[in-house]
Design a protein around this ligand. Structure first.
Ligand code: HEC
Ligand code: HEC
Length: 179
């Protein structure tokens, strides 16, 4: 008696697995549909949807919260005239260096950017006053954009410290877990 009950469960289980596999198979996209531009993949003319970047000058934009704990914050102001960043020409430093940031109302760059030298041992840190690996700010900090997500984002960040939603805590935590 016991055995046949087990068999019933096993076969119900098996058909459920079969049904969910069949369901998943239905959602497979064709190769042509894989692009992000809502156009067949091999169409060359279709452009991605327009993206609206902030036009507000520094100090007037609305900041997005951090995408996750210690994510690089996005740039809430216009970067017109500030990029490209070249050797000897980095306008970002002019407002975000910790010694000037407060007076212009900008967020001082994180101490991880000038107190650590994780990537470029022996680089010209003293001359730049920052880790050379941080010089090209827009490599990691992208301007905020008014853009509809092309794919729904179901990721939900968790912040161990509520303050980390608006501020980096990495400099105090980066050694966590290291001997
Ligand atoms: C004229 C001064 C100025 C310049 C130049 C400038 N910023 Fe800013 N930045 C600000 C101010 C002020 C804020 C505060 C937020 C705002 O815009 O309301 C800010 C905010 C930011 C933030 C968000 C910080 C946070 O706490 O979320 C980032 C990232 C940033 N800027 C990056 C840059 C980068 C990269 C450049 C160079 C391409 C740059 N900024 C150039 C003044 C400046
Ligand atoms: C290699 C990637 C990278 C580069 C390059 C980089 N940043 Fe960051 N930045 C980050 C990350 C990641 C964080 C958040 C974690 C941390 O503190 O390091 C951050 C944090 C910041 C913050 C917020 C600090 C806070 O207290 O919340 C500011 C402002 C900032 N960066 C400005 C700059 C500027 C200006 C430059 C160029 C001179 C720059 N960053 C270059 C990755 C980068």
């Amino acid at each position: 008696m016991k055995l046949s009950k087990g068999l019933v469960f096993a076969s119900v289980g098996a058909s459920l697995v079969f049904l969910s596999v069949a369901q998943a198979v239905k959602e497979v996209l064709s190769e042509e549909e894989l692009g992000y531009r809502n156009a067949p993949l091999y169409t060359e003319e279709a452009a991605p949807p327009e993206v609206q970047y902030p036009t507000e000058p520094p100090g007037t934009g609305k900041k997005f919260s951090r995408a996750y704990e210690n994510a690089p914050p996005q740039i809430p102001h216009s970067v017109e005239g500030l990029v490209p960043i070249k050797p000897g020409q980095n306008a970002c430093l002019g407002c975000h260096m910790p010694d000037v940031a407060k007076s212009v109302g900008a967020t001082p760059m994180s101490p991880t950017h000038y107190k650590l030298d994780l990537f470029t041992k022996g680089g010209k840190k003293d001359e730049l006053k920052i880790d050379p690996a941080r010089y090209q700010c827009v490599m990691c900090h992208a301007p905020q954009a008014n853009a509809k997500p092309l794919v729904k984002n179901v990721f939900k960040p968790e912040f161990r410290d509520p303050q980390a939603k608006e501020r980096s805590t990495l400099f105090n935590r980066w050694k966590e877990g290291l001997p």
